[in-house]
Design a binder for this molecule. Structure first.
Ligand SMILES: [Zn+2]
Ligand SMILES: [Zn+2]
Length: 366
């Protein structure tokens, strides 16, 4: 028997599917659905765009300023296109940009039915740009803040190195949390000789930063809630100020633990790493340990003396010269841990009559 294919009921060509030829089937079954024109509402300040579920941030995506417009269009299209076909691929082919309107041609490839071969379709979409200020930028420019993070140091000023490191951490964490927290921004930073105050848009960001600094610097922490007014309905509104007090000592300084002078080699993550200058060994101590309570501040790193090895021969006392006073001292070879050479620069701490040679570790920056 001869199989007779019925003709397409629209155009008369042989039919392949549901009484239609492939072309007529494709015509009736588009690969995507997209409406035109589309409105793109963008924040003039930061480039965020408003989607059905809120503002979609652009900052932090590493988009070059020249490409922000295209990126915004892609994000909007991603949300606005409904895929109907199979194996659908979409490419933006052509763009015509006017002042606030962009015409774009989308080339779409795919199958309208799994039994049919892929085909191409073209869609013209007009995108109309409108501008506004997003919530985050609005709050930021209004000076909004929910919390203040104050960083101080115990009995001393913050060092420049600490200030730089603190500010860098605040910046990094704020940027990292900005995507998920609309109020993750720093409204202002006030720096004076006592320390730094960060005025922070989000209370949860402030607490996160405080946790981080508390742990990293083995700092003391005080949370203070201050009544700032009443909300509608009489609920009291508080603003939190968190005080982080860094210890008197920092990396490179000298403390006494269990009666022994120690050099602080590293600190962080609830752990202080020290070098015991008497026992000449490294150890770690946790702020919750009993030994911690014996800790007292001895001297700042600036109190160490710089020497140069002037004479050294095996079995003989070593002669070292103070780099500032040029005073020559003779010390026993046994106080050196590692090999030394004439001309080498060494550091030592003078405590009472004792001279302690410091190790050459490189755990902290000069
Ligand atoms: Zn047909
Ligand atoms: Zn914005």
């Amino acid at each position: 028997m001869i199989q007779v294919t019925a003709p397409c009921y629209l155009c008369g060509k042989p039919s392949v599917l549901e009484g239609l030829c492939a072309d007529c089937f494709n015509d009736g079954h588009p690969l995507i659905e997209v409406s035109t024109p589309l409105t793109l509402l963008a924040c003039k300040k930061c480039g965020s765009i408003k989607l059905a579920d809120g503002w979609r941030k652009i900052a932090g995506d590493g988009i070059h300023p020249d490409d922000v417009g295209d990126f915004q269009i892609e994000l909007l299209l991603e949300r606005s296109i409904k895929i109907l076909g199979k194996d659908v691929q979409i490419a933006l082919e052509d763009e015509r940009k006017l002042d606030r309107v962009t015409h774009t041609v989308m080339k779409v490839t795919g199958r309208s039915h799994e039994s049919l071969a892929p085909h191409n379709e073209k869609y013209d979409v007009e995108i109309r740009f409108r501008y506004a200020t997003c919530e985050t930028c609005g709050l930021m420019s209004g000076g909004y803040y929910e919390a203040i993070l104050q960083v101080r140091a115990d009995g001393r000023e913050l060092t420049d190195h600490e200030k730089t490191a603190l500010t860098q951490t605040v910046t990094d964490i704020t940027v990292a949390r900005y995507k998920s927290d609309d109020k993750a921004f720093i409204t202002s930073t006030i720096e004076d000789k006592y320390g730094i105050d960060f005025y922070i848009g989000s209370e949860s960001l402030c607490k996160y930063l405080a946790d981080e600094f508390e742990m990293q610097y083995l700092a003391e922490r005080k949370d203070n809630y201050k009544l700032v007014g009443e909300e509608k309905g009489g609920k009291r509104k508080y603003r939190i100020t968190i005080l982080i007090r860094l210890p008197r000592f920092t990396v490179g300084d000298f403390v006494r633990i269990d009666g022994n002078p120690c050099e602080i080699v590293a600190m962080g993550r609830n752990m202080l790493t020290c070098y015991d200058l008497k026992r000449r060994e490294r150890f770690s101590i946790n702020p919750r340990s009993a030994r911690w309570r014996t800790l007292e501040f001895l001297a700042a790193r600036t109190n160490r003396r710089e020497f140069m090895v002037t004479t050294y021969s095996y079995g003989q006392p070593v002669q070292i010269m103070d780099a500032v006073s040029f005073e020559i001292l003779e010390v026993d070879q046994s106080i050196f841990e590692s090999e030394i050479a004439v001309g080498e620069k060494i550091y030592a701490l003078q405590l009472d009559d004792e001279l302690y040679i410091l190790t050459q570790h490189s755990d902290f920056n000069e």
